[in-house]
Design a protein around this ligand. Structure first.
Ligand code: HEC
Length: 580
């Protein structure tokens, strides 16, 4: 049977111009058998014997009308319609073949009877019904396919350089205090910034929100928290990330507005500051105004690449920040991008900056994407203008390309090690794989609800997606593992509430997932997909972002992993990993 199937596609070609009524029963049976066992044929789901597999047994001897009905109504068999597209005469032949599998009699008379019945059956069916369309229906129809987004795309960014500058301002300096731990050469440590916004309802009874932001350090191998420092309440603002200088000597955490607490400006606007923290004492050294409120940060070349939540009137949406001088090297304003910048990403060589872009106007300023998306989930919006990715050359500061993307409000992007594809995670509960060269969307598929962060496994065959519940008002508690080739979910893991970011560790074998809801980090074994550790943050402060710092044999530290990717020579996708 196996050899037969290999030659079948050719025989199918020969047989597919039938002259009804002129074939012998043997010819019909051969034709039916060939179609049944075609590369994409019935056998795939009903087995060569017709006894059934994922599809039920066919040994009752279905008529051509039975098969026709299934093809019209059974979505699982859509693949047959798409690939085999059997003619009426093909269905007669297939049903004759199935009868032989069931030891039921076949004859030229039966075939002729089937043809007559089939023709009568089809003639008796009502023609396709056309429903009237309103003006509004027609307007929606004109925009409803993603193809219309691609073909109608007009550049949003201005031509030429989009570079802008902002002068930072030193607000205060502090005594860094004494080291809280002594790093050992050859070891790897994880750093975590935590906030004051865990979700007590999902935590244990008697939980009290912490009132202070913290910088936490732990041992990457044992997963134990070694030390932490709670910043003074007067320096508090809403934590959304962990950031460290490329050399691993300084941590950065958001600080209060120059005049005090910045929490009340969470949604719409308002500045805040950046606190520079000594990586060993975990205490602040400097407070710096950067023209907005920090969202995410990651190592980029010798700098930190920052994206901002809120920006001042003259502030930047994204910037390169020099951690030696605490000055902004350069950045970009939204107005030059033709939309609001949300988060920014890069490839492993820091060749380009990829900014996830939001159409403006769904809410004031930077809130546009989030509030737009909330309104979609709450049914107040039925469609939104498209979101896209802007690819920026950091040497010329030109937007060299824009990629329209499926779904709404993209949060996260991962670029594979070959720099061929970008995986984009959108709050509208889809992930997409987009070819960077052609812009083609290779696949888009559903994740858990309101996904946020994502990470590729070391062999890049799996994409792990943190199902946070972003914008959906849903307490996401799962991680969806997707096959990067097929674009399908292969497993859903149980996780922590409001799991926000998920990052492959520098040893290439663990996924670390930070939970905003519980103030914990969950660690999974990539191979077995088992939860191996739950690391409680001090006071269950909400955990945001994650950084691994490795000390080499000479005790020199370097950031090897942050939410943007792997750095300083480590990259599990290239087989360069750490033991810890
Ligand atoms: C991708 C899988 C798949 C393929 C390929 C497929 N089927 Fe099916 N088929 C199914 C499934 C699943 C069902 C059951 C659907 C349900 O329960 O609603 C089914 C149901 C049927 C039924 C109805 C059985 C009953 O008990 O009423 C017939 C007849 C049938 N298939 C014939 C065919 C024939 C003939 C082909 C090839 C031309 C084919 N199928 C190819 C999956 C498949």
């Amino acid at each position: 049977m196996r050899t037969l199937r290999l030659i079948l596609p050719i025989s199918v070609l020969f047989l597919s111009a039938p002259v009804p009524g002129q074939q012998s029963v043997d010819e019909m049976l051969a034709r039916g058998e060939a179609l049944f066992n075609n590369r994409i044929g019935c056998w795939v789901c009903h087995q060569e014997t017709g006894e059934g597999l994922v599809g039920p047994s066919l040994l009752f001897g279905p008529t051509p009308m039975d098969i026709y009905d299934q093809l019209e109504s059974n979505p699982v068999m859509g693949v047959i319609v798409a690939e085999l597209d059997p003619s009426d005469e093909d269905l007669v032949a297939i049903s004759m073949h199935i009868r032989t599998l069931a030891d039921l009699p076949v004859s030229a008379e039966l075939a002729e009877q089937y043809r007559t019945d089939f023709a009568a059956y089809k003639a008796s069916r009502p023609a396709d019904i056309e429903f009237a369309r309103t003006e509004r229906d027609l307007a929606v129809e004109a925009i409803e396919s993603f193809g219309s987004v691609i073909t109608g795309w007009e550049r949003r960014a201005k031509e030429g350089s989009v570079l802008s500058h902002y002068d930072t301002e030193l607000i205060a300096e502090f005594d860094p205090g004494e080291p809280k731990f002594t790093p050992e050469p050859g070891k790897t440590y994880f750093y975590e910034n935590t906030g004051t916004n865990s979700v007590p309802a999902v935590l244990f009874d008697g939980f009290e929100l912490p009132t202070r932001n913290q910088v936490v350090v732990g041992d990457a191998r044992t997963k134990e928290v070694i030390a932490s420092y709670a910043l003074p309440e007067s320096l508090r603002a809403t934590v959304h990330t962990s950031a460290m200088s490329p050399d691993g000597r300084y941590a950065y955490i958001i600080g209060a507005r120059p005049g005090g607490d910045a929490d009340q400006f969470e949604t719409v606007g308002g500045s805040a500051t950046l606190l520079k923290v000594d990586a060993l004492t975990l205490q602040p050294i400097k407070q710096i105004a950067i023209g907005g409120r920090l969202h995410h940060a990651q190592v980029f070349r010798n700098y930190l690449l920052l994206d901002m939540f809120a920006r001042d009137a003259d502030g930047l949406a994204l910037m390169l920040y020099d951690t030696e001088t605490d000055e902004i090297v350069g950045g970009v304003r939204d107005v030059d991008m033709g939309g609001m910048v949300y988060t920014v990403w890069s490839d492993k060589d820091y060749e380009y900056i990829y900014a996830l872009m939001e159409p403006g106007g769904y809410a004031p300023g930077r809130a546009t994407g989030m509030l737009g998306m909330i309104n979609v989930y709450q049914g107040k919006l039925v469609a939104m203008r498209p979101f896209w990715i802007a690819k920026i050359d950091p040497d010329t500061w030109e937007v060299v390309r824009e990629y329209p993307i499926p779904g709404y409000r993209p949060n996260w992007a991962v670029i594979d090690s070959a720099k061929e594809n970008i995986y984009v995670i959108a709050s509208s509960s889809v992930a997409s794989k987009i070819n960077l060269e052609t812009g083609a969307v290779e696949w888009t598929n559903g994740t858990g609800i309101g996904p946020y962060g994502a990470s590729l496994t070391a062999d890049e065959t799996e994409l792990w997606v943190a199902d946070k519940g972003e914008a959906a008002h849903h307490l996401g508690r799962t991680i969806t593992i997707m096959d990067t080739e097929a674009g399908h979910a292969v497993e859903t893991l149980y996780g922590a509430y409001k799991v926000d970011h998920v990052l492959l560790s520098p040893n290439g074998t663990e996924m670390w997932a930070t939970s905003n809801g519980e103030g914990r980090i969950y660690v999974y074994d990539v191979e077995t997909r088992e939860l191996t550790h739950r690391i409680d943050m001090p006071m269950n402060g909400d955990a945001h972002g994650l950084i691994w710092v490795h000390y080499d044999e000479n005790g020199v530290p370097a950031v090897v992993r942050d939410q943007g990717g792997f750095h300083n020579g480590i990259n599990p996708a290239l087989g360069i990993t750490l033991d810890d």
